[in-house]
Every structure is written in structure tokens, then in C-alpha cells.
Write a protein that binds this ligand. Structure first.
Ligand code: SF4
Ligand code: SF4
Length: 227
């Protein structure tokens, strides 16, 4: 990594970030990627910096009890990541580059940030993390990170800075065929054995049935599978 990469990693780490990786923006050109490309929000984007924190186990284990605490803990992670991402963006701009911060998750605040038809965000942070070599997708559509599993909250900074990017270290999808605990645990039948997801079912469950609290049962099921 060059000096700026290390500076950004250090700044983020000092603010509580536990997961750090850089994806080349060109990686979103892969035909296998079905989401929106970062070039639509920054035409000359070169790099997507992913930062994340591990979500504490203590707020996941009691689910479905403690959903208010689970939701609040996720939002505490959001605060941590937003502050860290802002410092990263500030540093990039002071070095003469451009930077913009991708919302923590597409579904936050009632899917405010996503396309209302597709329920897809402007940039998939999970795919950026995959490109950066941080982990791979499970059947749950969650990103599974070595040592953390599915308990991760992430954001991303898009920039025109030509940083040194990581590369995927594993296949796009994890081999989950002997498990499927997340599929069985989903109360909205949103997850399927083939790895597909019906996002509108997940959205309707969280924002209609739960009134905006987060569900997290797929995270809990997968966390149990990774013990
Ligand atoms: S958060 Fe809940 S409703 Fe959404 S996919 Fe996971 S288990 Fe299903
Ligand atoms: S719960 Fe099992 S099937 Fe689902 S993503 Fe985790 S490891 Fe894969």
C-alpha cells in the first residue's frame, strides 16, 4: 500500500474501525454484479474504500427479544462509521482528491436511500467489500467475513484517488448448502436456498410488521452457524 492508503487505514482504526479494505471501481464492471455502479455517483471514481465494525454479539443473541436494543446498537455502529468515514473523506480532499460517503445500508430509515422499485442502493457496499477481498456472500445475502461472520456493519467512501485495491480472495458465494439456517429462520420467507432474496418481503416485515425495528434473525442464525 502507498502512504495515503496507510494513512486512511490508521485514521479509521483510531476511530474504532475494525474492517478496512479498498476495491477498484473497475471491479463493478463485472457482468456478474447486478447492482448499481459507483460511476453513476462519481463518474471518475477510481476506488471504493470499505470500513466496518463488528456488531456486538450481546445484542444479537437474545433476538427476537431485544429488538429495540439490537436496532439501537446497529445505529450506534452507524454513528461510529459515519464519523470515521467523514474523517477519511476529509483526508482525501485535503490531499487533493474527491470523496463521497455511501449510506451505511440501503434499508436504513425505511429504505430512504434506495431505488423504490428495485430496493437497491446506489452502490453495493457488500459487493465492494467482496471486491476488496474482505469476505464473500452467504445464502443469506449477508457478507461473511473471516473472524466476524455476518456480524458486520459497513459503509464506504467513493473517491477519485487511485489507491491500492485488494482482490477477491474467495468465490462470490460461500458454500452454505449443508446449513441453510438463515433460510429456515427468516420469518418473512425472504431468503431462498438458491441464494436469492425477495427484498420487498424483508422490507415489509421490518417496516410494517416490526414498525421500523430491525429483524436480524438471519444474522443470528448465521452467527450461531459460525460458532
Ligand atoms: S432481516 Fe429478517 S426478514 Fe430480512 S432476510 Fe433476514 S431474517 Fe428475513
Ligand atoms: S446461516 Fe448457514 S446457509 Fe445461511 S449464510 Fe450462514 S452459513 Fe450460509
Amino acid at each position: 500500500m502507498d502512504g495515503l492508503d496507510e494513512t486512511l487505514r490508521t485514521i479509521a482504526g483510531d476511530m474504532g474501525v475494525e474492517v478496512f479494505g479498498i476495491a477498484a471501481a473497475s471491479g463493478f464492471d463485472n457482468p456478474a454484479y447486478q447492482g448499481n455502479r459507483p460511476q453513476t455517483i462519481m463518474p471518475d471514481v477510481r476506488s471504493v474504500i470499505v470500513i466496518g465494525v463488528a456488531v456486538p454479539r450481546g445484542c444479537i443473541e437474545p433476538l427476537p427479544n431485544g429488538r429495540a436494543e439490537y436496532t439501537n446498537t446497529l445505529l450506534a455502529g452507524t454513528v461510529t462509521l459515519r464519523a470515521a468515514a467523514f474523517r477519511v473523506a476529509q483526508t482525501l480532499e485535503r490531499e487533493g482528491h474527491k470523496a463521497s460517503i455511501v449510506p451505511i445500508e440501503g434499508s436504513e430509515f425505511g429504505y430512504w436511500y434506495v431505488d423504490r422499485e428495485t430496493l437497491k442502493a446506489d452502490v453495493s457496499i457488500k459487493y465492494a467489500a467482496y471486491l476488496a477481498g474482505l469476505g464473500r456472500y452467504g445464502v443469506s445475502n449477508l457478507l461473511l467475513i473471516p473472524g466476524i461472520g455476518p456480524r458486520v456493519r459497513m459503509t464506504a467512501v467513493v473517491t477519485d484517488a487511485p489507491l491500492t485495491s485488494g482482490s477477491p480472495s474467495a468465490n462470490l458465494k460461500a458454500d452454505c448448502t449443508d446449513c441453510l439456517r438463515c433460510v429456515e429462520a427468516c420469518p418473512a420467507d425472504a431468503l431462498h436456498e438458491d441464494g436469492s432474496i425477495e427484498r420487498e418481503r424483508c422490507r415489509d416485515y421490518m417496516f410494517n410488521t416490526l414498525g421500523g425495528l430491525r429483524c436480524g434473525l438471519c444474522v443470528k442464525a448465521c452467527m450461531d452457524a459460525h460458532r
